[in-house]
Design a protein around this ligand. Sequence first.
Ligand code: MG
Length: 310
Amino acid sequence: MKSSNRVIMLGDCQSFYASVEKADHPEYKDRPLVVAGDPERRSGIVLAACPLAKGKGITTAERLGEALAKCPDLVVIKPRMQKYIDVSMQITEIYKTFTDLVEPYSIDEQFLDVTGSMHLFAESSEELANMIQSQVQEATGVYTRFGIAETKILAKTACDNYAKKNPSGIYTLTKEMLPETLWKRPVSDMFMAGSKMTRHFTVMGLPTIGSVAQTPLGKLKQMMRRKFGKNSDIKAEMYWRIANGIDDSPVRPGTHQVAPKSVGHMITLPRDYAKLEEIKVVLLGIYIKTCVHKGSNLLILWRNNIFQVV
Ligand SMILES: [Mg+2]
């Protein structure tokens, strides 16, 4: 198989906006800090919380008022998006010293294909990830985590589900490991599966990622058609491929330039947001996440508690 020899990393920045602010404000080093939509008003929304703030129970996208109730001595900083974009690009430049195949995926996540260049720098992909991690930390003060795998989807999965919880911040996930690792996890942990889809899968008798992966694709399509109608085949195949870690897409460099293609991004919010103020801040976050490197063809769909930007 052509793709089986690839070495792909997803580098993710921990608490990105908050880490950038902490690096810029050493006086707040040991204080819980959040970047929030509108610090003057308690109705603002937390866009990023540093690990110390998260330790106090503060979560991204919660209301600032709630966060301050949990932690009255919280440092609250107004977002400086241009600064975060600049640091994101600086990190891209560091990644590019290790491979020319770097694809910004969002403002704080980037794919690296190091298949061809790894041997120039290190004995193993973990050793290389560790080197890159140190360089980014030294240059920007931002701590990065790396998921390593043979496809982009598995690298992303390795990062989100394992590297972030690993003391080293680095985790390699091979296809052979899937039955013993990812497949045992609840379907709610699956990439792209929001709370609604999770409920549907559970009702369909598919409570784990492995149960989705091991359902023959034809059968999964049938099951989803019964729930969502004829047009759900693409969705069924998408989830089936994600669960099986199948993804042939290459790491596409050069997406810093304005790309003609539109991009997609979806996040699930912890609750419904009704006020325009709140929505604007959340949208700003998504907008930055999806469009910073990719131009601004933007169509926003908002249904239930899911924003979709396509
Ligand atoms: Mg991150």
